[in-house]
Write a protein that binds this ligand. Structure first.
Ligand code: FMN
Ligand code: SF4
Length: 519
């Protein structure tokens, strides 16, 4: 008899219910096929799929795959993964798994397969191969690999990672820092969290390589306080890596050093903005700093500092291990590699889908997400967090690509995708965007601090039909001022969701036809 272990996430009743749902599907499907399977529930250890992970213990060994949706279960049986009789996977290549086949998992290839804090598991799956290669290269050669890979920052601004690395390398200083931005505040995003909880060594390895490349010897991971499991897992992984010589004063006896520490945020969205984050790391209130100077030149405690998002840094080990060309081969245009996209909101199968750039929103919404959870038509999709535009159906066939999205007033951001069905009122969502900005604004500049508060009032007047045409013009002027006058993207991009709602869904504002600017 084969045993199927269903991982039941330990911190979410909703996820646990999902795991049970899949377990029941497996049991039903097995019974229909006359197979004997024993289901064992198991608390998951740091692997938090939005859809449950299933592990199969067969006479041939342990097999794990995920996330799995009920619709996949029959396919898994058909492919022979759940029979206990054929074991093509047996911890082998994930390409053979029907659900994963549709994805292109580079950053998330180990997740769900390895024990997050087992160095043995990590190394059995290419772990630390990138670091070993980096130790044999000169700093300039490591930076060149990152430049050649085409990797761009995954935190939101999509700035080429290699250029930032080169700036820090080229800035002389006695002390430099690597800071990992793990504040992950965008709505509907969780890829950073899954990385830190599911494969923390990958981030540790990426940061250590960044240290070797730039000359930084100290790194900090700034994690939002709402992620206690990530903080605990990272601390454990850092301890294990230090004890085994992957971190510390003499990395793998190379004579090179790099140390890491975790710092906890305090619940502020704007502390995800890199300069506010630095203020917070220095123990001050999280207020945005004017640039220049760039953090790469004068960052933490006034020293050259490389700040990258979790996924940016976690992408580096593979780039070093397999070479820049391997990574660059994925993607379209100037958007190279893969992006772990996160499906959330009113979607049937929420979860993380890693695909090369170029995939369309329609594919993500229907092939992976299975359409809306409510069963109603999807009306608007917000891509790129709370500062991202609301995209109507006419934009869902665009290839996911930084430039293509920018051309329609959108943003790819951190890959968060929040779905709304046809019951959504976009004027309410536009109001929420302004309100969010008013609540989270650091207050340093007027267009954002005052503009967001006035923005809520103006939208209220539009919704209340008070001088509607004039108020719509006022809202557009206000958005103009925020876009061009704000010091950072908090105030500068809040108009994206507001104007996209107004332009694409004028009827929700009581406007029959597109007004002057949308026309
Ligand atoms: C209001 C605001 C919030 C942000 N929040 C985050 C965040 O939570 N995580 C993140 O990586 N970047 C965030 N960013 C972007 C960072 O300022 C910065 O661009 C990023 O950390 C750079 O890393 P990357 O080049 O690897 O993307 C935010 C920016 C703004 C304006
Ligand atoms: S745009 Fe907003 S968050 Fe950014 S500096 Fe100005 S007030 Fe602060």
């Amino acid at each position: 008899m084969s045993t199927i272990t269903v991982y039941v996430p330990r911190d979410s009743a909703a996820l646990a219910a999902g795991a049970d749902r899949v377990a029941r599907c497996i049991a039903k499907e097995a019974a229909a096929r006359g197979l004997m399977l024993e289901l064992v529930r198991n608390g998951s250890r740091g692997m938090f799929w939005l859809e449950p992970l299933v592990e199969v213990n067969t006479p041939a060994g342990r097999m794990a795959y995920g996330p799995v949706t009920p619709d996949d279960v029959a396919g898994l049986f058909d492919a022979g993964f759940l029979t206990g009789g054929r074991h093509p996977l047996a911890l082998g290549p994930t390409e053979e798994i029907p659900y994963l086949k549709k994805q292109e998992r580079l950053t998330f290839s180990r997740m769900g397969i390895t024990d997050p804090v087992s160095l043995t598991d990590y190394q059995a799956y290419e772990g630390f191969a990138g670091l070993r290669r980096a130790l044999a290269l000169a700093p300039e050669e490591i930076v060149q690999q990152v430049l050649d890979s085409g990797l761009r920052g995954r935190g939101g601004a999509a700035f080429p990672a290699g250029i930032k690395w080169k700036t820090v390398l080229g800035t002389a200083a006695a002390q430099k820092y690597i800071v990992c931005n793990a504040d992950e505040g965008d709505s509907g995003t969780f890829s950073d969290r899954m990385t830190m909880e599911g494969d923390p060594f990958m981030l540790i390895e990426g940061m250590t390589i960044a240290g070797l490349a730039t000359g930084a010897t100290q790194g900090y991971i700034y994690v939002r306080s709402e992620y206690p499991h990530a903080i605990a897992t990272l601390n454990e992984a850092i301890r294990v890596a230090e004890a085994a010589g992957f971190l510390g004063d003499n990395i793998l006896r190379s004579g090179k050093r790099f140390s890491l520490a975790v710092r906890k945020g305090a619940g502020s969205y704007v502390c995800g903005e890199e300069t506010a984050l630095l203020e917070s790391l220095e123990g001050k209130r999280g207020i945005v700093r004017a640039k220049p100077p760039l953090p790469a030149i004068e960052g933490l405690f006034g020293q050259p500092t490389l700040i990258n998002n979790v996924i940016t840094l976690a992408s580096v080990p593979l780039i070093l291990a397999r070479g820049a060309a391997f990574y660059r081969d994925y993607g379209v245009g100037r958007s190279r590699g893969t992006l772990p996209m996160q499906l959330a909101g009113n979607i049937k199968y929420g979860g993380l889908v890693e695909k090369a750039f170029g995939v369309t929103l329609r594919e993500l919404l229907y092939d992976y997400g299975g359409g809306s959870a409510s069963g109603r038509p999807i009306k608007a999709v917000q891509v790129g967090g709370p500062l991202g535009a609301y995209l109507p159906e006419s934009k869902w066939d665009l290839p996911l690509d930084y430039e293509a999205y920018a051309a329609v007033g959108g943003t790819v951001g951190h890959g968060g995708i929040v779905v709304h069905d046809d019951t959504a009122d976009l004027s309410k969502l536009a109001r929420y965007a302004m309100e969010f900005c008013a609540l989270e604004s650091c207050g340093k500049c007027t267009p954002c601090r005052i503009g967001s508060t006035r923005g809520v009032e103006v939208i209220d007047k539009i919704r209340g039909n008070q001088n509607r045409p004039q108020q719509v013009m006022l809202l557009r002027d206000l958005c103009d001022t925020m876009v061009h006058g704000s010091l950072c993207a908090m105030g500068g991009m809040t108009p994206f969701p507001v104007l996209s709602a107004l332009d694409h869904f004028p009827q929700d504002f009581g406007i029959e036809a597109p007004d002057r600017k949308a026309a």
